[in-house]
Structure formats: C-alpha cells, structure tokens
Design a protein. Structure first.
Length: 203
C-alpha cells in the first residue's frame, strides 16, 4: 500500500448528502476479480449517458477538474452496502483523499485499509471548501496526515481526528498483509517448529 504522509491536490466538489456505494461504483461492475481497473466505472450512472457518452454537466467530466485528487463530499458519504470496490474505484480514478462531514462506517474503514484517507471536518468548513472548489480559480488542498491538518485557500487550516493505529498504518504504507509481514521472521520460526513437531509425531 502506498504511504500517505502529506498530499496536495486539486479539489473537486461533490457536496451532496448520502452518496452511497452503489452510486460510487454500480453493482454491475463488481464481477472483476482484480483490485484495479475500477476507475473507469466511478460514478458511472452520473458520468455517462446510456449510450456511453459523457455527461457534460457532471463535475468530474469538466476540464477544470481533470486530474482532481481530493474529493469534497457531503455528509454520510459512502453509506449503503459494504463493497470494498468503492474506495478501489476512487483510488483508481486518482483520488487520494475524500473530505466530508461524515462517512458511512464500513466505507470509512475500508478506505483506511486501502490507502484512501477519509477526512471528517465540520460541515461548515467542508461547505466552504466545496464552494471554493466550485469557484473560478483552481482549489488546491493539502492534507497533512502526520500533523492531522487540512490546509486550503485563504489561509484555511483545520484539524481532524483519526484512529492512531490507522494513522500509523497509512503513514507507513501498511495494509493487513503488510502488517502481517512485519512478523515474518516470527512466522517462519513458528512454521519451522511446527514442521519439526509434525515430523516427530509421524515417527
């Protein structure tokens, strides 16, 4: 998993409540077995017409948000079903962080496990960031996980909370497999002991 320390990126506003995981990645695209390649399906029903042509009025189809890597979302982002494909699709599209007043619990935890940083901020601050991101000038935001701050236009700085263990994992690029491999020598020693024990047991 890629480390997340400090990240600065272009913000895109999608400030509406209760965007669920089926809107983030519709169910018909969940048949793939890989963890990559889902970015093309992100917000599929909002991004594309039935004939596959892009909807010009959707924010992520607008040229000024090309390359956006921070999403400014409304409350309860990622509610709905537990599909891990939702953070996969956001990351595959290029997002490293989602800033919102609140998140669906399962989406929030799935994001942390996959290297996507969900940041909870006060609703008024998020609304202000969304308004700036929707303005005429590009809105670049810095998310500093080490210091747990978000910095934006006009000197805005806000602090956010995160579980210390998950913060440690993100700062060090450790997913569940990476955490397990930190104990690789102990695992190998245990396997060697049990292998010897099995051999003696079979004598």
């Amino acid at each position: 998993m890629e480390k997340f320390t400090t990240f600065t990126g272009l913000a895109a506003p999608l400030f509406q409540p209760n965007i669920d995981t089926d809107q983030i990645i519709p169910k018909q695209f969940l048949t793939r077995i890989e963890r990559t390649g889902y970015g093309v399906f992100l917000f599929n029903d909002w991004r594309f017409e039935p004939d596959g042509s892009p909807k010009a009025d959707f924010v992520l189809n607008q040229p000024e948000y090309a390359g956006a890597s921070i999403l400014i979302a409304g409350p309860n982002f990622g509610c709905g079903s537990s599909r891990e494909h939702a953070p996969w699709s956001l990351m595959d599209f290029g997002f490293r962080s989602v800033i919102a007043p609140s998140f669906g619990d399962i989406f929030y935890n799935n994001s942390l496990k996959n290297g996507l940083l969900p940041v909870r901020l006060d609703g008024n601050i998020v609304a202000d960031l969304a308004a700036k991101a929707a303005g005429a000038e590009p809105c670049r935001i810095t998310v500093d996980l080490k210091n747990q701050t978000v910095s934006g236009p006009n000197g805005l700085t806000a602090s956010f909370e995160i579980d210390p263990f998950r913060r440690y994992c993100l700062l060090n690029g450790l997913d569940d497999i990476g955490l397990t491999l930190q104990n690789e020598s102990d695992i190998a020693e245990y396997e060697a002991r049990t292998d010897v024990a099995r051999r003696f047991a079979s004598v």
